[in-house]
Design a protein around this ligand. Structure first.
Ligand code: UGA
Length: 460
């Protein structure tokens, strides 16, 4: 039987809360710390502050079993913990660098609270060298005569599959500077029964950025190839399939689309470019990934502008607001790049998203905005009814379930711009839908001569 440890987790976002719950699930005794009293009360009642499949069940199960608790009282949580995992946010500053202020605050709280030897483990994504700074801060502010070391343990979970990704991670990376820290982390992670890669702290910090930025690069590369495919008449999905059989390339993250979003890839690509620059190095590959992604996000809008000329007075169906399915997160979502462009032109937007609507309302309240307006609807059909044009930004199952014939039946003009390559081109053509997607053979406009848009007609 492996030993059970007393673990404290600072921060209850995607990284902290999921880690805490999974540590409890494998038998450790966990206290999650957050500064927000309401959030803590919510969690005690088994409600997750983030939308994540399977998380609430595990929260309730482990809370009932007494293996996890939540508190704002960091002192009591940190004072006798064997290990304290830091999972607070590291947002991006305007210059692309990383805001470490939450990490610093938590570090000082740990320094003033610990009453026994313990390991501080940085899980948040932080620039190389941050663990050293955390250790120095601890030394500067520690009150009691105890041994406190710092180690790096980056997180690789993806939103929407966070619990699964943690319990079945491809690998666990631990970055330590002493045998004591390495042994303790190995023991904490033993019950997961997963491959553990043990490296130095700086290498561990770098592995996180190098992994995320490689994935971002892979996506931008496929988007670049997709744009070329369109020009030369190739199909990027077939190209990706053909590439995927080569094990050196692999089959994942080859989906061309409307650009990557979320709280990680955009931030982590900028951060690494910034870190490199600080050291006098220009990270050209990652910079290229950022450039391609920036243009990709509005590629459908630009295509539609060539076709429609302007959106003034058109009813525009927007299907999908979140940056990917399985999350209510809107951060760096393509919808946030496109909706303002459409509103600026006076479009009447009818938006559907299965879970992201409430968050979107905070940015774009329902009603008139500038020359246009936003209306939120409860199903894709309500967005499509009487629409002149439709944009698909997220590949939710609920959106994928819309049959090609429904676009033809419900829309005034069945004109669809799909940023996620959801549909078979032939099927859409057969259904009589004028369909544009990413990196796949374009439709011949001759085929759609029967489709007339009021606005297009007026300007032509
Ligand atoms: C990403 C990484 O996948 C995780 O390993 C990492 O732990 C996490 O960042 C983090 O640093 O915390 P996440 O941002 O949740 O996870 O989402 P992904 O599933 O990686 O998707 C990111 C973006 O790439 C989405 O906008 C998605 O639509 C896009 N994407 C993904 C593509 O455009 N094409 C693909 O083939 C795959």
């Amino acid at each position: 039987m492996s030993r059970k440890y007393k673990i404290a987790v600072a921060g209850t976002g995607y990284v902290g809360l999921v880690a805490g719950v999974c540590f409890a699930e494998i038998g450790h005794r966990v206290t999650c710390v957050d500064i927000d009293e309401d959030k803590v009360n919510m969690m005690k009642h088994g409600l997750s502050p983030i939308y994540e499949a399977g998380l609430e069940e595990l929260m309730r199960k482990n809370y009932a079993a007494g293996r996890i608790d939540y508190t704002t009282d960091y002192k009591s949580a940190y004072k006798d913990a064997d290990a304290i995992f830091i999972g607070v946010g590291t947002p991006m500053l305007p210059d692309g660098s990383v805001d470490l202020s939450y990490i610093e605050t938590v570090t000082r709280q740990i320094a003033e609270s610990v009453e026994k030897d313990c390991l501080v483990v940085v899980k948040s994504t932080v620039p190389v060298g941050t663990n050293d700074k955390v250790e120095q801060l601890l030394k500067d502010f520690i009150i009691n005569d105890v041994r406190v070391e710092v180690s790096s343990n980056p997180e690789f979970l993806a939103q929407g599959s966070a619990v699964h990704d943690t319990l079945h991670a491809a690998r666990i990376i631990i970055g330590t500077e002493s045998k004591w820290a390495e042994d303790l982390l190995m023991k904490i992670y033993k019950p997961f029964n997963l491959p553990i890669v043990s490296v130095s702290r700086r290498s561990a910090e770098m592995i996180k950025y190098a992994s995320n930025d490689f994935l971002a690069l892979k996506i931008s590369y496929m988007n670049d190839i997709a744009n070329l495919c369109e020009l030369v008449g190739a199909n990027v999905q077939d190209v990706a399939r053909g590439m995927s059989f080569d094990e050196r390339i692999g089959s994942k993250f080859l989906n061309a689309g409307i650009g990557y979003g979320g709280s990680c890839f955009p931030k982590d690509t900028m951060a690494l470019v910034h870190l490199a620059r600080k050291h006098g190095y220009e990270l050209r590959t990652v910079k290229a990934a950022i450039d391609v992604n920036k243009d990709q996000k509005t590629i459908l809008y630009k295509k539609a502008c060539r076709r429609l000329i302007k959106f003034n007075g058109l009813k525009v169906a927007v299907l999908g607001l979140t940056y990917k399915p399985g999350t209510d997160d809107l951060r760096e979502s393509p919808s946030l790049d496109n909706v303002p462009l459409l509103l600026e032109q006076g479009a009447y937007i009818y938006a559907y998203d299965p879970v992201g609507t409430e968050n979107f309302k905070n940015k774009y309240p329902e009603g008139k905005i500038g020359n246009g307006s936003v209306t939120y609807v409860k199903c894709p059909a309500d967005a499509l009814k009487g629409a002149d044009v439709c944009f698909i930004f997220t590949e939710w199952e609920e959106i994928k379930a819309v049959k090609p014939a429904e676009y033809k039946k419900l829309m005034i003009t069945p004109l669809v711009y799909d940023g996620r390559n959801i549909y078979d081109i032939e099927e859409m053509q057969r259904a009589g839908v004028e369909y544009y997607s990413i990196g796949r053979p374009g439709v011949s406009l001759d085929r759609y001569n029967h489709i007339t848009l009021a606005e297009t007609a007026a300007t032509e």
